[in-house]
Design a protein around this ligand. Structure first.
Ligand code: RB5
Length: 150
């Protein structure tokens, strides 16, 4: 099975370190007609990333949303939080190759980036690749199915 279509709605969350990048990504998504649910944070005031990480991961885990984005300073904390949830496949992608492969082979349902690691231009390119690259299915689906036995 392959998933080729661009998602029509996305849930996004960040911490203070990536607030500005979140606003940039949100604007870009909305310009493409993608509905964005923003769970915060809503300013550069310091906050704890597990709060917004949890908010996005829960909605992906429950199936309320198919795709999400989480960004913090490095992307590391958000990845760790999100991947604690069943059915979440959060991929930290600070480069284009990882972004495409996270879709092709891993069917990643949350894109994670580090706002202090990459610039806005690269983040937008990574987002585009992640949105547009389909899952290849086949042997990769068989491998993902094994996640449920762990
Ligand atoms: C916040 O200072 C920083 O720790 C956070 O944004 C993130 O990088 C954690 O993994």
């Amino acid at each position: 099975m392959t998933e080729a279509s661009i998602p029509q709605r996305i849930i996004i969350g960040c911490d203070h370190a990536a607030y500005r990048l979140k606003e940039t990504l949100k604007t870009a998504l909305q310009k493409q007609g993608i509905a964005v649910t923003d769970v915060g944070t809503y300013s550069e005031a310091a906050m704890d990333y597990p709060e917004t990480g949890r908010a996005v991961a829960q909605k992906i885990s429950s199936g309320d949303f198919d795709r999400g984005i989480l960004i913090c300073g490095t992307g590391l904390g958000m990845s760790m939080v999100a991947n604690k949830y069943p059915h979440v496949r959060a991929a930290l992608c600070n480069d284009l190759f990882s972004a495409a492969m996270s879709r092709r082979h891993n069917n990643a349902n949350i894109l994670v980036m580090g706002g202090r690691v990459i610039g806005d231009g690269l983040a937008l390119e990574i987002l585009k690749a992640w949105l547009e690259t389909p899952f290849e299915g086949g042997r990769h689906q068989r491998r993902l199915d094994r996640f449920d036995t762990i």
